[in-house]
Design a protein around this ligand. Structure first.
Ligand SMILES: Cc1cc2nc3c(=O)[nH]c(=O)nc-3n(C[C@H](O)[C@H](O)[C@H](O)COP(=O)(O)O)c2cc1C
Length: 346
């Protein structure tokens, strides 16, 4: 089985997980220059912002890097669900004196599109990775044609097989421990989701492709354990959140460093899709999963002003404090150093 190093010609089998909202190109540059694979998440960047970041990355590293996109289908907004959601949040709007009628509906996060592809083609990154399945066939074919390797997240054996059948070059096995959004795309049934060290060997057996382990891996021993179970490499997110190159907010950093980080849950309150974050006030009070939350990514807009208001007072009560179940590996050290520590022995 090819390792990530032989597959991509990089030195270390570590991918810095793309993490929309908490990093831009600087983290990717640091990791790629250290010999890992840095990633630029584009779900929260418009095309111009993406182009700017890519130009900066290209200027700062000649090494391979990964550019990451979500591939959800944009939902049809439902006035009924939006009203139910605003009603669920009404007591908080009242508490903070926010005029709910003045909150603009916003898209929150954008899927891969031909406009992104047009700009991305100028850069032809070594790797393009997808979360929530794959883009439509014509867009997939464009990325394939210009020569980027295509990686995508699988949260079940069935998703891994589906991705292999649709022509990806490597599967990212995202275990239930992982921070941020679940890549789940063939079902909505969260009982299908399993932990990294149960998922990884089953996917390794099920597909012929290199498999990258993600979720709860936070130190060199964790990396070694994943490689022993057949991983070609690892994708690590949470451990990088305190690095100076990440743009993680002050409230998010404080939560990661506190006891609160021991308690995470899957929640759909912040975007409409299940994602793992540190349990905070709104997750406790509304329950981490709510049937009232609008479809991804439409839930983002309603909670935005509450988040902004709370954060301006130094509170993360309404913020998505994305974190995996193992924040024990978060280190306030340069990302290059962290990458080398994670890959010690490889
Ligand atoms: C703050 C944060 C943001 C994330 N955003 C993305 C993203 O934009 N795209 C993506 O494919 N995965 C995203 N993920 C998931 C990671 O790719 C990966 O599955 C996860 O970080 C691995 O688990 P770990 O956090 O325990 O290391 C995010 C994870 C975190 C913690």
């Amino acid at each position: 089985m090819a390792t990530l190093q032989t597959h991509l010609g990089i030195e270390l089998p570590v991918i810095q997980a793309p993490m929309a909202g908490v990093q831009a190109g600087a983290l990717a540059v640091a990791v790629s220059n250290a010999g890992g694979l840095g990633s630029l998440p584009c779900a929260m960047l418009n095309v111009d912002a993406m182009r700017k970041e890519l130009a900066q990355i290209k200027a700062q590293t000649a090494r391979p890097f990964n550019v990451n996109f979500f591939c959800h289908v944009a939902p049809v907004p439902s006035a009924e669900r939006e009203a139910a959601w605003r009603a669920a949040l009404a007591r908080y709007y009242e508490e903070f004196g926010i005029d709910a009628a003045a909150i603009p509906a916003g898209p929150g996060r954008a899927p891969f599109s031909s406009a992104y592809a047009d700009a991305l083609e100028e850069f032809r990154p070594a790797v393009v990775s997808f979360h929530f399945g794959l883009p439509p066939a014509a867009l997939f074919a464009r990325v394939r044609a210009w020569g980027s390797q295509i990686f995508a997240s699988a949260t079940t054996v069935a998703e891994a097989r589906w991705l292999e059948a649709h022509g990806v070059d490597a599967v990212i096995a995202q275990g239930l421990e992982a921070g941020g959004h679940r890549g789940i795309f063939l079902t909505d049934d969260l009982t299908t989701q399993v932990g990294t060290f149960a998922l990884l060997p089953q996917i390794v057996r099920a597909v012929k492709l290199p498999v990258i382990a993600a979720g709860g891996i936070a130190d060199a021993q964790g990396v070694a354990a994943a490689m022993a179970l057949g991983a070609a490499g690892v994708q690590i997110g949470t451990a990088y959140l305190l690095c100076p190159e990440a743009t993680t907010s002050a409230v998010h950093r404080a939560a990661l460093k506190s006891e609160a980080a021991c308690h995470t849950a899957l929640t759909n309150l912040f975007t409409g899709r299940p994602a793992r974050g540190i349990v905070n006030r709104i997750m406790r009070e509304l329950g981490p999963l709510s049937a009232a939350a609008p479809a991804f990514p439409l839930a983002t807009a309603g909670i935005g002003p509450l988040r902004a208001n709370a954060e301006s007072r130094g509170s993360g009560d309404f913020s998505p404090l994305w974190s995996g179940q193992n924040a024990g590996g978060c280190r306030e050290i340069p990302a290059a150093e962290l990458t080398r520590e994670l890959a010690a022995g490889f």
